[in-house]
Design a protein around this ligand. Structure first.
Ligand code: NI
Length: 179
C-alpha cells in the first residue's frame, strides 16, 4: 500500500515522534508500505513522519546508487556521536519537492538502533550512508534539511517553500535520489 508523502507545511513534519515499544506485525506492515512508497517515489531514504506517522523509524536503501547493501531499517535510533570532520553535498527531500541545496554535515556518526528483528545494533557509519542517516534522523527530530541552511539561503527559498505548503508543487519521482 502506498502512503501519501507529507510535504513542507504539514504539521506532522514538526510533531514529536514516539519510541516504538514493540516490533510487531503492525510495525512490519508500516515498514513494508514505507519501502513501497519510497521506491515508487524513487527515493533512497524515508522517515515515518513523511508518511504521517509520528514514530521513531526510518528506512534507507542506497542500492540505486550501488552503494551499501540494500534495505536498511532503523527503529528507535539514537545518533550518539557526530564526528569532527564534515563534508558538503547537495541534498534533496521527498517532502521538499524541487528544492536542492548544499548541506554541511559530519562525515562520520555513531548510531544505536533496533532492526526489524528487534536486535540492538551499534555501529559507526561514514560518508554517504552517514549523510542519509543524519537526514532521516533529523526528520524524527522535527528538522528539515533547509533548517541547516543560512538565514539568507532560507529567505531565498521562502517563495518555493510557500508554494509547496499551498500544494502548488507536488511530489514527483525524480532521478535525484531524494531523502
Ligand atoms: Ni527528507
Amino acid at each position: 500500500m502506498l502512503y501519501e508523502i507529507q510535504t513542507y507545511g504539514k504539521e506532522v513534519l514538526r510533531r514529536k515522534t514516539e519510541k516504538i515499544p514493540e516490533i510487531d506485525n503492525a510495525i512490519r506492515k508500516v515498514v513494508n508500505n514505507m519501502f513501497e512508497t519510497m521506491y515508487a517515489a524513487e527515493g533512497i531514504g524515508l522517515a515515518a513522519p513523511q508518511v504521517d506517522k509520528s514514530i521513531r523509524l526510518f528506512i534507507v536503501d542506497l542500492s540505486p546508487l550501488e552503494e551499501d547493501e540494500g534495505k536498511r531499517v532503523f527503529i528507535n535510533p539514537e545518533i550518539y556521536v557526530y564526528g569532527g570532520e564534515s563534508d558538503e553535498y547537495e541534498e534533496g527531500c521527498l517532502s521538499l519537492p524541487t528544492v536542492r541545496e548544499i548541506v554541511t554535515r559530519p562525515t562520520c556518526i555513531k548510531i544505536r538502533y533496533q532492526n526489524l528483528d528487534g536486535d540492538h545494533i551499534d555501529e559507526e557509519v561514514c560518508e554517504f550512508l552517514a549523510r542519509v542517516i543524519q537526514h532521516e534522523y533529523d526528520h524524527l527530530e522535527q528538522t528539515l534539511f533547509t533548517d541547516h541552511l543560512s538565514s539568507l539561503k532560507r529567505s531565498l527559498l521562502k517563495k518555493t517553500l510557500n508554494k509547496i505548503a499551498r500544494g502548488e508543487i507536488e511530489v514527483e519521482a525524480s532521478e535525484n535520489f531524494e531523502l
